[in-house]
Design a protein. Structure first.
Length: 310
């Protein structure tokens, strides 16, 4: 039996509430397979489409003149944690009951502490929200102080910082629940980014990478295994090329060499590999696994996936 933190990729969730309710049924089935094997599970998940949808809804309503206030980005993240957690815990809870497994499921609205001096705040790079034309982008920069960039020829988008997680405020609650035998859902979307100001926590307009937040969570709950689920079954060298090579395992030294050779794309596989490396670095008792949701069970049996070791 292992204690594991599982980072769910966007392919495990839908883009709308209706899609999501349907998608999490399959997600729940795969997660409960692992619970049935006796593993202790902590779930983290992405929230890209969901937080964008929430942000856009408030933005459109505020601009309509109906008196709806604009919603700050940390609050949008908190809302997404709540409704994604609601769908996940219901689907997992139903699957547990169908299999006569007596286990509770809890969602923890998670605040992830970042360093206000993190260099990411000097270089916002994470695109969020709607696309705008150049004129609208300039107006938002002038009126609201947003940082706007042209995004892949599709228009202009706001970019926010993506700082490194330092701590998770609710770590003791999460650990206590796991110790008590519960399945815990936390750090949704990388967590709500906050900075400490004396005894208070202040939300900041940023997005924490979900894989790095999951790694920090795995450290803090003393997990044996970090499982990062994505759209592909294994990590590849020369992905999508004729000489594509799938990897079943790599140690941190080898992974660093592959990073330096430019094998992993910054917006997709690179943060996953870096998070996997960070979790196992200097600790021979820990492992990370990168694989797809539908292959997670087989991956843990060593039949597929990419294991990262110290």
């Amino acid at each position: 039996m292992s204690r594991m933190v599982i980072a769910l990729g966007g392919n495990a969730l839908g883009k709308t509430p209706a899609e999501q309710r349907e998608a999490v049924k399959g997600t729940a089935n795969s997660i409960v397979d692992l619970i049935e094997d006796g593993h202790e599970i902590v779930l983290a998940h992405g929230n890209g489409p969901q937080v964008g949808m929430i942000n856009l809804a408030f933005e459109v309503s505020a601009n309509s003149g109906e008196g709806t206030p604009e919603m700050p980005f940390p609050e949008c993240g908190a809302m997404s944690q709540g409704y994604i957690g609601y769908h996940l815990q219901n689907a997992i809870g139903e699957e547990l009951k169908d299999r006569n497994i007596d286990r509770s499921v809890s969602t923890i609205i998670s605040q992830v502490v970042v360093d206000e001096d993190d260099q990411a705040f000097e270089n916002p790079s994470k695109p969020v929200g709607s696309f705008y034309n150049e004129e609208e982008a300039k107006r938002l920069e002038e009126e609201k102080g947003y940082n706007m960039i042209e995004d892949s020829g599709r228009g202009y988008r706001r970019v926010v910082p993506s700082p490194i997680p330092v701590d998770i405020e609710e770590k003791e609650i999460i650990s206590d629940l796991v110790d008590d035998g519960q399945v815990v859902i936390s750090c949704g979307g990388g967590g709500i980014p906050v900075v400490r100001e004396g005894n208070s926590l202040k939300g900041v307009p940023a997005v924490i990478d979900k894989d790095f937040a999951s790694e920090k969570l795995a450290e803090l709950v003393d997990a044996d295994l970090l499982v990062i689920l994505t759209a592909v079954e294994q990590v590849a060298l020369n992905f999508g090329e004729e000489n594509e090579e799938w990897l079943s395992e790599m140690d941190t030294e080898t992974a660093q060499k592959y990073i330096e050779e430019g094998h992993f794309a910054p917006g997709s596989m690179l943060p996953k590999v870096k998070a996997a490396m960070k979790f196992v670095e200097g600790n021979d008792d820990r492992k990370s696994l990168i694989t797809s949701l539908d292959k997670a069970h087989e991956g843990l049996e060593g039949k597929t996936g990419t294991f990262v070791t110290n």
